[in-house]
Design a protein around this ligand. Sequence first.
Ligand SMILES: [Zn+2]
Length: 56
Amino acid sequence: MLLPVNQFFDTLPKKQCSKCGTVMEEQSECYTHECDECGGKTVYPLTFKPDPKYQP
Ligand SMILES: [Zn+2]
């Protein structure tokens, strides 16, 4: 049974972060089950959230 290509890809399970559930873009050579944030690839200080209401 043949499916249209886009429909075929829809049947593939989306890759989701095992921690936060964020749907990740398919990456080649990607063996992690966690997104960049949870996987610690991207080091953003979590406390760095500029508050627009903060006026020094
Ligand atoms: Zn995550």
